[in-house]
Design a protein around this ligand. Sequence first.
Ligand SMILES: C[S@@+](CC[C@H](N)C(=O)[O-])C[C@H]1O[C@@H](n2cnc3c(N)ncnc32)[C@H](O)[C@@H]1O
Length: 273
Amino acid sequence: MIDEFENPVLAYDNGQVVLYCGDAVDELSRVPAGSVDCVVTSPPYWGLRDYRVAGQLGGEPTVAEYVAVLAAVFDEVAPVLVPGGSVWLNLGDSYGGSWGNYVADGSTAVRSRYGSHRPPQQKHRAKDLVGVPWRVAFALRDRGWVIRREVVWHKPNARPESVRDRFARRYETIFELGRGQRDDTETAAGPEVWTVSADRTGLNHPAVGTREIARRCVRLGCRPGGTVLDPFSGTGTTGLAAREQRCRFIGIDLDPRCHEIARQRLGLAGERS
Ligand SMILES: C[S@@+](CC[C@H](N)C(=O)[O-])C[C@H]1O[C@@H](n2cnc3c(N)ncnc32)[C@H](O)[C@@H]1O
């Protein structure tokens, strides 16, 4: 095994699981062209969470900047995808003036919880629903992606919100995108709404994915034995789903601590190659 202490870029490689540590755009250039059957990913949402790692995406002051940064990532995803391959992109929306788990600038809580990572000044009208997922989808369409479908992920156990002037949000959006038509027409059928409770894993990460969601996306998007990529792989939930389908997994994350957790979850923590 090559591990992160020996090689900070390639954190791990045992042939079936490859973990790159670094910025998604940079690391995607290491993935061979046309080698990925399916991408399943949930990037940081705009202005929602602080991952406490320098260079993190999601804290851009304007949604336009956020969209541009994500579009640049997907420009690098396009060449690594096989023709007809699919991308499953999970995104949540935001209201202007609300920075989710970021806390107000100047608060002592910022210092104690997030060290030097300060929330940026958000330039969006307060209480205005931004429409982030569709803004991203339209930008990707402009860059050659086809929006094959939208799935609404309804979360019956979504965390309560302390708002009185609007409905609490209980869903997120998952797009299936591709560079052209899908290969397998059988996968076209299915419900538009997936009611799946979010996993509560207790892992030391602010946004662990939900395994059943990853499982559904991998099952629909990847043939057994194919390769699944997650350019924001965090604790490796997509990797667990890929392994269940006997697929190879490539994960990219900025934070080496995430890869440590992912390796533990995948039972690879002590392994060397
Ligand atoms: C929503 S979380 C993904 C969680 C993952 N699905 C899981 O199950 O753990 C987003 C991840 O993106 C990572 N990240 C943030 N900015 C990044 C960047 N520029 N390049 C690569 N990874 C980044 C964060 O460290 C975080 O782990």
